[in-house]
Design a protein around this ligand. Sequence first.
Ligand code: GLA
Length: 343
Amino acid sequence: MGFYAGPVSTAVVARAPGRVNLIGDHTDYTGGLALPFAIDREITVRGSWQDEPVLDLTSDQDPTPATIPVPVVDLSAIEPEWARRVAAIAGELELERGFAGTVTSTVPIGAGLSSSGALGVAMALALGAEADRSRLEIARLCQRAQQQATGVPAGILDEMASLHGVEDHAILLDCHDLTVEPVPLPADARLVVEYVSHRTVVGSPYSDRVAACRDAEAEIGPLRLARPEDVAAIYDPVLRARARHVVTENQRVLQCVEALRDGDLAEAGRLLTASHVSLRDDYEVSTPELDSAVGALLDTPGVYGARLTGAGFGGCVIALTRPDAITGGWEVRAVDGAGVLGR
Ligand code: GLA
């Protein structure tokens, strides 16, 4: 009698925001400091458990669905690329149950706003990561999964920002202790993001920069503890410049936190611009397009400062402006971190 209603399935909605890094780029993988915030653009995963041991997912960003048998055995065979990232999360979670759902995104893809970090976090939460893990453990799990799926030794900035966001605050992130401290964003600080060009960290010189930091550390010890005179003693001029960026960027993060706490937006803006110059000249991760976008912003009345944000090699720039400044791009708001809306 009646009809077979199938197994009892529990619906879940998990959301994870993208991020913008206000200042402190290419510091996370040497245990340095960064000041990101979670933005009002997010990835949402909706779905439910299913009996069949398969992850069946569709995405509004890619017409090719993901069909991932669990437990996951071989990541390299999984296509499309976003499905590999999802599979890596399932592998890290040692998932054995199937799940069917949809992925939707308001984070622009390939814009350096951490759409892939947000996908990993939203997926991990939808698949139950929060049941027995702290947010820090989830961030580390997602970072490992991201590294496995891409082969890029990315830091933990993106996942920490997505998981620890606080409305109207930036997050002072210490990537050595893995602590977070919310820093209020002054009400008269307007933050504008402008898209410049497509980029992915995969295939970029990101890994070379990570290796350069390792080499510099082999010479002078942890960069997070290095003093300017230690950096000056590095023999190779390129390694010296890379290390100089990291050491000065860590200082700028702390100075920027102080400026924000003092409500000194002119000083915070100056530090943002100094960060861009350091990323351009010492770390060499900017592009002519990013430089001219920053230049145009700095020529605009009411702009306190501007810089590339994230890994560089393309992506977006961020500007700190007066509320009445007339710029391109769009205003971003700092929002709360990722969460599960229903289960
Ligand atoms: C990418 C990485 C992060 C971080 C930034 C640069 O977004 O995923 O871990 O290294 O670049 O700050």
